[in-house]
Structure formats: structure tokens, C-alpha cells
Write a protein that binds this ligand. Structure first.
Ligand code: ZN
Length: 332
């Protein structure tokens, strides 16, 4: 019985009260992969991550492991502090690692794989959820989180392997009329893409007319899954505040800090894309509008002026509702 009670303490994530006896159905609830569906889906996820790590090289995986390791050490060091202090140190550590990582890559001519990095991050969040958090959250949150992860895997596969709207250029003279059809060049892929927004290193593909909506859905999916994780993690941490310092609490704390940071930048990024869709402008067009003649409006010289000025105009903006309709209808 002592063994069972001890196991319950470890796996049920710090419940304040231990029941005097453990019923068989309780033991089922605390086993990570007790249900057949969960066993299949969790094994499948493990295989997918391994496949992803092999396909997109291991450097992205190493970066992800390095970042999660560093955040874990910071959370462990500040275990008795409020979450704000490890959060601030984690931000500083990530900025330092990003700067150092860029220099190291240049120095040693390394090329990390961003898709492998994204998949490994997702795997870390999922592991932390399965090992510690799942037992404490409601069935509804558990279903939402798992469905989100399944949808994210399907979406990731589609965006990694799909055609964003590549256009074959028969000869260089074709370029000018194509520009007016909003076909732009991606220097990373050396390809022309219809409705080109940007090249997304995280998904290893251009974002164009065919996959822009999918990209925004995936971004929303990541934010939702991470928000579910943060909700479960904060519940765990508030229930276990008297027992700070355990490895599982540290894991939850460091992964929660990582998830909060992810939600913050992804939220800003999603807001930017909603703005772009509402006003019918692409990120590439917004940044490089001086390359494209249709966005340039030459202001007539006023008396006393000698230099003409060029202002930005957007000829594609037809009002929010029409812009939204055009965006949805334009998908390939
Ligand atoms: Zn590209």
C-alpha cells in the first residue's frame, strides 16, 4: 500500500490530500497511456517526432533541447521565487542564446532546421503535459488540448509539403505582367509565388495565396494549444505552491514560461496577419512597396518644391468585407 501511495504522489501531480485507499479506476487515471486510443496516438506522435528529427536534420532538435534545458535550469535555480523572476531571466537567456547561436552558425557554417525546432518544441510541451499536467485538468481541457495537437500535426504536414502557389516563369520578360498579378519572388526558394506574403522558416515553405489561410489557422492552433497548456500548468503550480522544487514542478514551470513567450510573439504575429488580410496587403508588399509600381503614388510638385515625393497607396484595398471575401475565395 505504501508503494501505491508513493506512486500516486509522484504521478498525480501534487494533490494536497492523499486518499486513504486507491481504487483500481484511480490507478487507471494516473497511468499516462492507460487507454488504447491514447496509447496509439501517443506512440504515433513519438514516431512522427523521430521521423521529423531525421528528415529535417538534428540541429533544430539540438537547439530546442538546449533552450528547454536552459529554461529548466533557470526555473530550478529560482524555484522558491515567484514566476516573474525566472520569466525575466528566461527572456534574457533566450536573447543571449539567439545572438550566440547566430554567431556560432556563421562561424561554423551550421544550418539549423526550423521545422525540426518547431516540432521538438511541440513535443516538449506535449511530454510535460502527459507526464505531469494531464491528471489535474478537466476532461474538456484534455480533449481540447489533444484535438489541437492532432490538428496541428495534420496542418504542419500540409503546410510543409503543400504548394503555396508557385508560378513557373517561362522567360524573364514575363516578370513585369506577373508582378501586377501579385506574383512575387522568394529569394530563399528562388521561386515565384502568387499572393506571396513571406518565406516562413519555421514551416520551411513560402506563405502564398494557397496556404496563407492555413498558415493563420496553424498560428491560431499553436496559440490555443499553448494557452491550454498554460491554464493546466498554472492550475498545477497553484495547487502545489507548498512543495516547490520537485523536478516535475520545475518542468511545468519552465515549459509554461516557454509557452507564455510563444503565445506573446505568436499573438502579435497573428494580429499582424489579420490586419494584412483586412486591408488586402501582404507582408512582402508592405516592406518592399517601393519595388512594386502599383503601390507608388507620385505627389505633384507644389509651388516652391523641387523634389517629387512618392507616397504609399494600396490599390487592392476594397474595404474590409470585400478584402476578406477575396482572401477566402483566392485559395488554390
Ligand atoms: Zn520561400
Amino acid at each position: 500500500m505504501e508503494g501505491i501511495v508513493f506512486q500516486y504522489h509522484i504521478s498525480c501531480t501534487f494533490s494536497e490530500t492523499v486518499p486513504p485507499t486507491l481504487q483500481p479506476q484511480d490507478q487507471d487515471n494516473f497511468a499516462p497511456s492507460s487507454k488504447p486510443f491514447q496509447l496509439i496516438w501517443e506512440s504515433g506522435f513519438g514516431v512522427l517526432v523521430t521521423f521529423g528529427a531525421c528528415k529535417w536534420k538534428l540541429s533544430g532538435v539540438k537547439e530546442s533541447v538546449g533552450i528547454h534545458g536552459a529554461l529548466y535550469l533557470i526555473s530550478s535555480f529560482f524555484a522558491s521565487s515567484s514566476i516573474i523572476i525566472p520569466f525575466l531571466f528566461s527572456v534574457m537567456a533566450l536573447i543571449g542564446m539567439a545572438a550566440l547561436g547566430r554567431r556560432c552558425k556563421r562561424l561554423f557554417r551550421l544550418r539549423g532546421s526550423a521545422p525540426a525546432f518547431v516540432i521538438t518544441n511541440l513535443f516538449f510541451i506535449w511530454c510535460s503535459y502527459v507526464i505531469v499536467i494531464r491528471q489535474a485538468v478537466s476532461s474538456l481541457l484534455d480533449i481540447v488540448f489533444n484535438v489541437e495537437l492532432i490538428m496541428l500535426q495534420i496542418g504542419l504536414y500540409r503546410i510543409l509539403s503543400g504548394d503555396p502557389g508557385f508560378v513557373k516563369l517561362l522567360n524573364v520578360d514575363d516578370e513585369s505582367p506577373l508582378l501586377l498579378q501579385r506574383v512575387r519572388h522568394c529569394k530563399h526558394c528562388d521561386a515565384y509565388v502568387k499572393g506571396f506574403d513571406h518565406h516562413c522558416p519555421a514551416f520551411g515553405n513560402c506563405i502564398g495565396q494557397n496556404n496563407h489561410l492555413l498558415f493563420m489557422i496553424l498560428l491560431t492552433g499553436f496559440i490555443t494549444a499553448e494557452a491550454c497548456y498554460i491554464m493546466g500548468a498554472s492550475q498545477i503550480l497553484s495547487e502545489s505552491k507548498q512543495k516547490k522544487g520537485g523536478w516535475n514542478e520545475t518542468l511545468v514551470s519552465s515549459t509554461m514560461i516557454f509557452s507564455i513567450l510563444q503565445v506573446l510573439w505568436q499573438g502579435v504575429f497573428l494580429a499582424w496577419h489579420i490586419y494584412c488580410v483586412c486591408f488586402n496587403i501582404r507582408t512582402d508588399e508592405f516592406i518592399h512597396w517601393k519595388r512594386y509600381p502599383e503601390f507608388q503614388h507620385i505627389v505633384e510638385l507644389q509651388p516652391g518644391e523641387t523634389i517629387t515625393t512618392t507616397k504609399f497607396i494600396n490599390p487592392y484595398d476594397k474595404g474590409i468585407l470585400q478584402n476578406l471575401k477575396e482572401f477566402i475565395d483566392a485559395r488554390g
